[in-house]
Design a protein around this ligand. Sequence first.
Ligand SMILES: CC(C)(COP(=O)(O)OP(=O)(O)OC[C@H]1O[C@@H](n2cnc3c(N)ncnc32)[C@H](O)[C@@H]1OP(=O)(O)O)[C@@H](O)C(=O)NCCC(=O)NCCS
Length: 325
Amino acid sequence: MERVGIIGIGEYLPKRVLTNQDLEKMVDTSDEWIITRTGIKERRLVEKGEATSDLAIRAAKEALQDAKLKSQDLELIIVATVTPDMQFPSVSCLVQSALEARNASCFDISAACAGFVYAIVVAQQFIVTGIYKNALVIGAEVLSSVTDWQDRSTCVLFGDGAGAVVLSRVKRGGIISVYLGADGTMADLLMIPAGGSRSPASFYTIENRMHYIKMRGNELFKIAVKIMAEAAQIALKKAGLSCKDVDCFIPHQANLRIISAVAKKIGLDEDKVYLNIHKYGNISSASTATALCEAVKEKRIKKGDIVVLDAFGAGLVWGACVIEW
Ligand SMILES: CC(C)(COP(=O)(O)OP(=O)(O)OC[C@H]1O[C@@H](n2cnc3c(N)ncnc32)[C@H](O)[C@@H]1OP(=O)(O)O)[C@@H](O)C(=O)NCCC(=O)NCCS
């Protein structure tokens, strides 16, 4: 049976670099604390006025070019994001307009840091069922727009960026198995409290800094390790594979210590794990997207390799997928 596979990859990271030393001048923190607790050395930030769709469009163009497709060949565009340009229209519609991809249907997915994996799985279903032939999936975020730059417990963690893939039917390789999960009972561990219908923007919400990310990092840490390890194992089992078969593991890049603990828990060699957290921090849905793209560009992923995407985020939501490259 023909599978659905990734036929093009692309990414875009803003040029502006914010280092740990820069952060030392903004909040009471240190390069040493950030590196040892998170593995992050620097992150990329947009310029003023630059929005999520600007990053998404650049990543999408590169992915389309890599797939050797014209934008008119796209029948579906999904953008995974929690930082859309505005409440509506969707970022995917803005991307469609910029690409002149007039044959594509468009919607965004809100699955936080697992958004890219969720979006890949959704696009896969449309292609498997024969509804669409070619889909563009993008993970894009401007987390700097929702980061509280006075809160040292979160502002050292996040960055901006975008990664994109084009999905289509493939004759060899492709997505072997997928697994998605969620547990809304832990929604309060990571959220932006205001700006939605429950607490629309007001002087009160602004004064109380309620439009920024609020995170109970310590509690999340342990849950992330457990869930990411389980998700990878379930997806591998569904594929009839084990950790020994994995050539490249692309985890969500929230914290180097989480990633190392997950690798250890599932018995995966560290040299199979692809990392870009040191350069970009946590870019939510764009983390797995850019990591996949860079692993391919750096030839860490070759034809026939078994690749595992594994992500976890606010919701809580998680997902993993096993791909033969
Ligand atoms: C956020 C995170 C890096 C914090 O690391 P931690 O080891 O858990 O640190 P803690 O929150 O327990 O804080 C330890 C101490 O460091 C301090 N601290 C927090 N941020 C700091 C910073 N940027 N610089 C210096 N000190 C800091 C705390 O105030 C605390 O001090 P105290 O002991 O005097 O109270 C870590 O918990 C994490 O990565 N959590 C998961 C994140 C995640 O998965 N996010 C969502 C998935 S997308």
